[in-house]
Write a protein that binds this ligand. Structure first.
Ligand code: RP5
Length: 300
């Protein structure tokens, strides 16, 4: 396992998180969710960084068929003459800036600034370069009659709204992609409602009521992470970045103690999950949750 210090002193916006595990989940032997078992080139720990010489590194180019089919959210192929992206910039309503630093363009392709992943192309990601997401970490204290403290640490136990992803079956924060031109604050609330409350199946009236109930609560969030995600879909030319916010309910009379959770959209299940170091979550989500536990001085 390698640890890469991700916060560069020159990056002001990439704050709070100094250590995040990098390129563990996006260096597995097979690319996720491919029927034909697409393999990644093996990249040893000491060859992840581009500065490490790896002369015979020739990863397979792979872009998933559903991306090549050209859905609305995906870029065209880089070879397409009409495709003239503005790298490291806000390109129309598409944000092609990294939250961390400028990425290099090598032979016409954006290069993953966290190093080699063993596969080139876009894989299952729609955009070349950064693909922006937002992650709402919705927490409350575990309560029966009173707050429940952990038997070993004596610290109160925090719970967060956790969904099970339909694609991989892994448990995760109910995050999702920022739509072109969308504000991150909108994505945070929209994704929570879609995946943890199943608002896509609500009537217009029910949707409006839920939104009204949640609006105030979602105004009180605090940013806990902004930057790269060690997502299993990352490639040498396309990667996930996120902004994670914590929305915490501190009052037992607050909305989160009466909210009915219903899985929807990309989620096949949803639950209140006790937070502890035993958690095994999708991509870098465990690291984000640990930060939230520390912030609240909760059991970990
Ligand atoms: C992760 O992928 C992000 O942290 C976010 O939770 C998620 C967004 O992708 P989809 O859930 O929309 O596939 O890297």
């Amino acid at each position: 396992m390698i640890w890469v210090r991700t916060a560069s002193s020159s990056i002001k916006s990439f704050h709070k998180s100094s250590l995040v595990r990098m390129h563990i989940k996006c260096r597995g032997s097979f690319y996720p969710r491919t029927n034909e078992k697409v393999t990644r080139t093996e990249v040893p720990d000491d060859k992840v960084e581009w500065s490490a010489s790896f002369h015979d590194y020739a990863p397979r180019q792979y872009t998933a068929p559903h991306i090549l089919a050209g859905p609305e959210y995906a870029d065209p192929d880089i070879s397409c003459p009409e495709f003239k992206p503005l790298w490291n910039a806000v390109d129309g309503n598409i944000n092609r800036c990294s939250h961390e630093e400028s990425y290099n363009i090598v032979d016409g392709y954006p290069r993953n600034m966290h190093g080699r992943t063993g596969i080139a192309g876009r894989g299952a990601l729609g955009r070349w370069g950064p693909n922006h997401a937002a992650d709402p970490i919705v927490t409350r204290w575990k309560i029966y009659d009173n707050e429940v403290a952990h038997g070993e640490t004596g610290k109160p136990i925090l719970q967060f709204v956790c969904i099970q992803r339909r694609d991989s079956g892994e448990w995760a924060i109910p995050g999702g992609m920022v739509d072109p031109g969308e504000r991150v604050s909108t994505t945070l609330m929209r994704e929570f409602q879609e995946e943890a409350l199943n608002c896509l199946e609500m009537t217009h009236e029910q949707k409006k009521q839920t939104e009204d109930k949640l609006k105030n609560f979602f105004q009180g969030g605090e940013e806990v992470y902004r930057g790269y995600v060690d997502d299993p879909r990352n490639t040498d030319n396309a990667w996930m970045e996120t902004v994670a916010y914590n929305f915490h309910e501190s009052s037992q009379d607050g909305i989160l103690y009466s909210l009915q959770l219903h899985a929807g959209d990309d989620a096949q299940a949803v639950k209140w999950q006790d937070i502890s170091s035993q958690l095994n979550l999708y991509a870098s989500h465990r690291d984000f949750i640990q930060k939230v536990a520390e912030k609240h001085n909760a059991h970990w």
